[in-house]
Design a protein around this ligand. Sequence first.
Ligand code: ADP
Ligand code: MG
Length: 629
Amino acid sequence: MSVVETHAFQTEVNQLLKLMIHALYSNKEIFLRELISNASDALDKLRFQAVSDDSLHEGEDELAISVWFDKNARTVTIRDNGIGMTRDEVIANIGTIANSGTKKFLESLTGDQAKDSNLIGQFGVGFYSSFIVADEVELITRKAGTPTAEGTRWVSKGEGEYTLETVEKPTKGTEIVLHLKADMDEFLDNYRLKNIITTYSDHINFPIKMFKTEWDNDAKEQKTTDELEQVNKATAIWTQSKSDLTDEDYTNFYQTLSHDFTEPLAHIHNKVEGTLEYTSLLYIPKKAPFDLYDRERRYGLKLYVKRVFIMDDAEHLMPAYLRFVRGVIDSADLPLNVSREILQSNKVVDKIRSASVKRVLDHLAKLAKDEDQSAYNTFWEQFGQVMKEGVIEDYANKEKIAGLLRFASTHDDAAEQRISLQQYIDRMPADQDKIYYIVADTHAAAKGSPHLEIFRKKGIEVLLLSDRIDEWLVSHLFEFEGKSLQSVTSADLKLDEEAEKTLSDDEKKAREALTEKVKKALEEQVSDVKITHRLTDSPACVVSAAGDMSAHMARLMEQMGQSVPKQKPVLELNPEHALVKKLDSVEDEAKLKEWSLFLLEQAQLAEGDQLEEPAAFIKRMNALLSEML
Ligand code: ADP
Ligand code: MG
């Protein structure tokens, strides 16, 4: 006499379902990994809550997952005796996309199947992956500690709606019955299911059980017995010693942990004994997750206390700039009832965190020193920008992180960031005492900047920076190994002194007269006009006045909606350039102003600035060109 209610899915759920079924078709077996992962989470939660309320076990000793199939009914069933769900929780967790990451994920889809299926792989696809293989899914669940009459049965064909019914469920936990699609018979097979489990879920921390099979000589086929056997290793891998583990074990656990199909780039496994006792198993992924820059994204490590799972995404265990690190910390020194708030200001956590950060940085330094740079290059391409945040955020490790930075350079043909500060120092001439760099909006703009002309002529290497964060990076990184970093656009560049010395007094005077003249003409636009020797091919360039923020920084701040006080640049003229020589000979005041404005504006353009009146610039240029023709 129970009532069957029909509910509609949230629209996003429909979207996600459709997409997933298409995108993941070639990886369809991952449904089992996802359902086992959920079962394992439910068991973790039960074990954790039962620490303070033993009655939640409801008399069952063993926490386990079982998987079986029924050839006649064409179903595969996954059962756990974990925490279970109330009716309201079923609606909230299964009918809705509660996770903000899921929404972001849907927004980030491109419509290109190949790309999207890659995305979906990085993302825990979860419960809905059942619909890749099933055309009807049944979920029967009861929350631990609630009356047996208060079970909930959820059923859906994955087509816009689901039904809910209150049912009797004697045992706590969740059972999921997949009614397989017509072409999914391959999963009605013990060997196949077992194989998927050992591939994807071997290191799930609870036993996964299946019915044993026996060879039936009469029927000439494998027959299922009613005896259960454990098919996974079910060891907390991090508690095992390194020498007992293979790379495959580590990869398998990484995939269980991260839902990422790829192999990790590296794993770092340490057991610490002494005043503090804990184990850490950390992974550096090969690929950045799609939401690496999503501020709302939770990140961090899984925290266990004496092998009892405490929480996911314990963000206090890793600083923000290492948010791509995945893994597990298992501590013997924290209380089981530790909360996020306690973690925030806990000495044990602080110590574990700083030691873990050090291990990650040291490991990266080791990778960076490898003869074969391909692993480090991959790492840098994926996570380089995030590592730069570390220079700003992590004062204590600044020097170490600086050593890991890689840059594009005028002395490297590749546009990729491959040159370290140490490499720069190692190959610079003995009399050079600075590390020169330029920051621009794009690599091409940096590489083409007129500011580099003198450096090219002198053969001095300049690092080419064009990531959004670079301007902040250089405002926090002043030196490396005793060499200070200097922007090639800064006003007090000292490269041109030599040239000054060889000038006669008359020449000096003539130059002064020129700069005075132009300065007067551009009174409103510039703070100063100077002669420069940093240019060889261009007639002029602009630099920031000493003490002002760089033009590039000012642009970035404006893009972020910050108001930046109007700064007047310094205009520098190349006295050897034909246009500047010509300018020197202009007597008419109005004309001089036009010429000067033209030089200023083209210098600003070269810098990547937006002109206030582009049309006026074009007009000016055309007028000057016509005059010359
Ligand atoms: P995720 O596991 O990333 O949260 P899923 O789609 O896999 O996303 O699952 C959604 C939610 O449904 C889970 O967070 C959990 O609250 C609930 N859930 C799924 N399976 C189970 C289960 N076997 N036992 C209890 N709760 C479950
Ligand atoms: Mg899940």
